[in-house]
Design a protein around this ligand. Structure first.
Ligand code: ADP
Length: 455
């Protein structure tokens, strides 16, 4: 069932229930009023007749004749007058006798002075009436035909208005719920139009403060996130293909050169060396990309354990020097290690080593003396590592972009690279709940400060 139909049903049901309670209340209170008013009328009729008979001394035959000739004798109030000893003094129409008075009834009237009762639709009153020091018991009974007709009319009117109101509610409920849900239908249409080719489309926000506006805004911010990650993916793919193309083109050119012309063995040696270098660059790039993919895994998929950072730094230094024997890496402990826990963090050994190697290599790579220094300071709650060099430094205009994938600074001519080392390092550090900052001065040197919490 659609929300629109549900809303209409609920709205109608609620309104019908309210209307029903209202109609029942009106009917019951009208019926009660009719009954009370008719008892009052019966009482007045009883007293009027007693006065005519006892005060005005109108002959009983005359009164009976008037009663008999009234247009609707059956519904006329029929009055009977007794003395307290149950002797009948007057009766409008003995032959009709709507209620059968009994001695007990007369005694009850004498005792209670006034009684009201009904037999089916017939209503009756009995009153004790004092005239010139004598007590009389008067009864009056009739069916309130006029009142019942009015009540029946009220019943019909209520029924008709109830049905028309419900019908109207169904239509207005349907109309209003349709109107209220139009923005949702519009949103569905618009969202259906959005594909990978028009991810820049956004939903219209009519009123930011209402629920529909909030929904559209939330959806738009989701689209913003999707669009930027989609763009990042596109950039990444185009950067990767660009980085792959350059060494591959160089390898092909070298090999074509070797094939197309006779060379001396020395020249062949040079061609092989250049091709090998390009191939190594490709391996380095593909390793970097693989590490990037590993670092992008969900945190829960990465195996984490307690790792001693001093040992890991020594391993990283060995790996750097093995790959480039000309590089120097000095590891400096600023304090004695008193507690193993203070020098340990919870992390992934492989990824952390990749990050440290990148920072050490960059320090060596971008310095004339090919040297990088790593200082370790630890505290109860965190470890601070400073990777510094006295190299060529980073131009200040590059600092804002330095951690972006494939970004290479203005100093890139100094040495070769792909621009993925720092972005990978940043990703790994933040994944370990750490932070990375840098200060750099051109021709003076660069210091990267990495902080890891112990937890
Ligand atoms: P790559 O070293 O392959 O170029 P990175 O992502 O490791 O890529 O570094 C990005 C850029 O940051 C480098 O191209 C360089 O401009 C700058 N950079 C990084 N580390 C240093 C450093 N220690 N000294 C000077 N420049 C650096």
């Amino acid at each position: 069932m659609t929300i629109r139909s549900k809303l209409t049903y609920l709205f109608t049901l609620l309104f019908a229930a309210l209307l029903l309670v209202f109609a029942i209340f009106i009917y019951i209170s009208s019926a009660e009023t009719r009954k009370d008013e008719y008892y009052k009328r019966l009482r007045e009729q009883a007293i009027t007749k007693a006065n005519l008979l006892l005060d005005a001394k109108v002959a009983p035959e005359v009164l009976q004749l008037i009663y008999k000739n009234s247009p609707n004798a059956l519904f006329q109030e029929e009055v009977a007058i007794y003395d307290t000893a149950f002797n009948l003094l007057y009766h409008d129409a003995v032959q009709i006798d709507k209620i059968k008075e009994t001695r007990g009834m007369v005694q009850e009237i004498v005792q209670q002075k006034e009684i009201e009762f009904s037999q089916g639709k017939l209503q009756a009153v009995g009153i004790l009436y004092n005239h010139n020091g004598f007590n009389y018991v008067i009864t009056a009974a009739a069916i309130d035909e006029y009142g019942f007709t009015k009540l029946r009319n009220l019943q019909y009117s209520l029924l008709i208005s109830f049905c028309s109101a419900i019908l109207l509610t169904v239509f207005t409920g349907y109309f209003f719920s349709q109107k209220a849900l139009t923005p949702v239908a519009d949103m569905v249409d618009k969202v259906n139009e959005i594909t990978a080719t028009n991810l820049d489309s956004r939903l219209a926000v009519k009123n930011e403060k209402d629920e529909m506006g909030e929904l559209a805004t939330t959806f738009n911010s989701m689209l913003n996130r999707l669009e930027s990650s989609f763009d990042a993916q596109k950039d990444f793919v185009s950067n990767v293909s660009h980085e792959l193309r350059t060494p591959l083109a160089a390898i092909i050119a070298e090999l074509e050169l070797a094939r197309d012309k006779e060379h001396s063995s020395e020249e062949y040696q040079q061609i092989i060396n250049r091709t090998l270098n390009d191939a190594r660059r490709l391996v380095k790039l593909s390793n970097g990309l693989l590490d990037m993919a590993k670092a992008s895994y969900d945190q829960s998929e990465i195996a984490m354990r307690e790792i001693r950072l001093d040992e890991l730094l020594l391993d990283a230094r060995d790996a750097v020097i093995k790959a480039n024997p000309a590089y120097r890496v000095n590891i400096i402990f600023e304090q004695e290690i008193e507690n193993d826990d203070y020098i340990s963090v919870k992390g992934n050994e492989y990824l952390l080593k990749v990050a440290f190697i990148n920072l050490m290599e960059n320090g060596c790579k971008f310095s004339y003396n090919n040297q990088s220094n790593v200082a370790i300071t630890y505290f109860k709650d965190k470890v601070i590592l400073r990777f510094s060099d006295t190299g060529i430094g980073i131009p200040s205009t590059d600092l804002a972009h330095i951690f972006q994938s494939f970004y290479r600074g203005g100093n890139r001519q100094f040495t070769e690279g792909h621009g993925i080392g720092l972005s990978l390092t940043h990703k790994i550090v933040t994944q370990h709940k750490g932070t990375i900052d840098l200060v750099s001065e051109v021709n003076t040197g660069t210091t990267f400060t990495v902080e890891f919490p112990h937890v």
